[in-house]
Design a protein around this ligand. Sequence first.
Ligand SMILES: Nc1ncnc2c1ncn2[C@@H]1O[C@H](COP(=O)(O)OP(=O)(O)OP(=O)(O)O)[C@@H](O)[C@H]1O
Ligand SMILES: [Mg+2]
Length: 532
Amino acid sequence: MTGGATDTVARPLLELTGITKRYGDLLANDDVSLRVAPGEVVAMLGENGAGKSTLMKVVYGLVRPDAGTVAVDGRPLDISSPKDAMGAGIGMVTQEFSLVETMTVTDNVALSGTGLGRVDRAETRRRVVEAMERVGVSLDPDRLVGSLSIGERQRVEIVKALFHDCRVVILDEPTAVLTPQDVRALFETVRRLRAAGLGILVVSHKLREVAEISDRVVVLRRGRLVGDRVTATVRDEELAALMMGGSTDEVAAATATPAGEPSELEAAVGMGDPEPVQPAGAGPTTGEPVLLLTGLTVSRGGRDVLSGIDLTVRAGEIVGLAGVSGNGQTELVEVLSGTLPVTSGTLEVDGQDVTSADVGRRLAAGLGRLTEDRRGSVVPQMSVEYNLVLEDLPAYTKRGLLDRKAVRAHAEAMIERFDIRARPADAVATLSGGNMQKVLLARALARRPRVLVVAQPTRGLDIGAYRYVHQQLDELRTEGAGVLLVSEDLDELRALSDRVVVLFRGEVVGEMPVAEASPDRLGVLMAGGGSS
Ligand SMILES: Nc1ncnc2c1ncn2[C@@H]1O[C@H](COP(=O)(O)OP(=O)(O)OP(=O)(O)O)[C@@H](O)[C@H]1O
Ligand SMILES: [Mg+2]
C-alpha cells in the first residue's frame, strides 16, 4: 500500500465540479465547485433564489444538471434519481417531507429503500432502532408518522438517510420549521454524524446557526459560489456582504452608526440572536379594536383545540402570539382566516361580526391573512401575477374580465418592492421557497388590511427580506392597522410586538406589555408554568 493515509486526508468525501443548471435564460447554478470532507459540516448561505436548493437537488438526483459532475470518494457518479444518490451514500432531508402518515416510523424508514416486499419485519425494526441510537434520536418505532410533530418527522427523515448507510447528508433549511427545542436536538444529531465521519451540507439563512454548527461556510450568489470561509474566523459582516454582493468596506460603512445603536445591518445580521434590537413596543394603544375575539372555542375531532379565547387587537398595535407549536396557534390562524369553523363564541373584524362569514366577506371586512400553509395559499400552476391578485379579484375585474394590464402593473410593482426573484408570468411552482413566501406577503400587505393576521412571516426569508418584512409590519402599524403576529421566533415577537399573548393547550395563559415579556417569563408560560 502506498500513500494511503495522505490520500484519505486529501480526498474529499463529496466533490462537486462545475455544476451548471439553467432554467430558460436563468442560470440557477453557474459553474459551482465545492468539496465536503469526512467529518466536516459545511453551511451554505445565500439570498432567496440564489440557487441553493437547486444545487442540493442536483446532488440528490432530483434535478439533472446541464454540466458538471458529482463525485463521492473520488468516484464520479451518474445520479439521475434519489435512489441512485442513496445508493452512492448520499441522503437528503428536504423541506417537504416524503413520509406516509398512515404508516409507522419503522415502515416509513424501510419503505424508502427496498419496498416492504419480503423483508423481515422484526429485523427491520431492530435496524431502525439501531439507526436511531446511532444518531441519538429517541422515537417509538411503532408510532404512526401522522401522530408525530414536525420536529419528530424530520428526525424520521434523518434516520431514513442513515438506515441506508449514507455518508453524506444534505439538509435544506432544516431549522426553518423547527421549534427552538427541536433545533437543539437536530444540532446534537448533526454533531454525532460529524463525529462518526459523515460529511454534512446544510442550508440556512441564520448566521447564528451557521456559526454554531458549521466548520466551513460557503456563499452562493445568483447561482455562483462567491465565498468559501472557515466559520471560526469569518465575520458576520463579511458573510452578509458576500451574500448581498456589497464589498466588506461598503458594509463596514453601512454599520457605522452612533455608538450603542445597532445599525440596520447589525440588526439584520444579529437576527435570531438572544438579545436583539430593543423591543419596539410603543406603549399602550387606545385605538379601536380591529380584531375582537370573545369566548372563542373551536373543537376538532371531539376535542377543544381552542377554548374560551378572549383577545383584542387594536388599531395601531402589533400583538404577538407566543406558544410552543401545537398549542392552538395554527388553529387560531385558520379560524380567523375562515378555513376552520367556530364552535362557539364570536369574532369581529373592524366592528363587523364575521363569526360565520366566509373568506370573501372576512377579506371585505378588512382582514388580511398569511397562514402557515404556504402551498395551500397559492395556485402553484398559475402565474405570479395572478396569485398576487387572487384575494382581490373584484378590484382587478372590468365588466367580468380580468384587467390584464392592471394585473401586470401591480405584479411589476410588487416584484420591485419585495425584491421577488421572478417574472410576472412565471408559474409560482417554479419559485424558490423564500420567493414564494414573498409573493404571499406582498399579496397580504398590498391590500392594506385593517387587521393583518400573520403566521411565521419571515420563515425561510433571507436577511434582507427579513428586515424588509419587519419594516412593512411596522409601517402597517404606524398607518393605524392592527397586526396579530404568530411566530415561533421569540426574538421576532419581542422585536415587533407591543403586547405579547401566550397560548398553552388552547387557552390564553398570559398577556403582558412587551417590556415585561422576557424570554424566561415567556418560556415558563409557554411550558404551562403559569400560575393560572
Ligand atoms: N423548476 C423550475 N423552473 C424554473 N425556474 C426554477 C425552477 N426551480 C427553480 N427555479 C429558479 O431557480 C432559482 C434558484 O432557485 P432555488 O430554489 O435554488 O433558490 P434558493 O437559493 O434555494 O432560494 P430560497 O432561499 O428562497 O429557498 C430561482 O430563481 C427559481 O425561481
Ligand atoms: Mg431553497
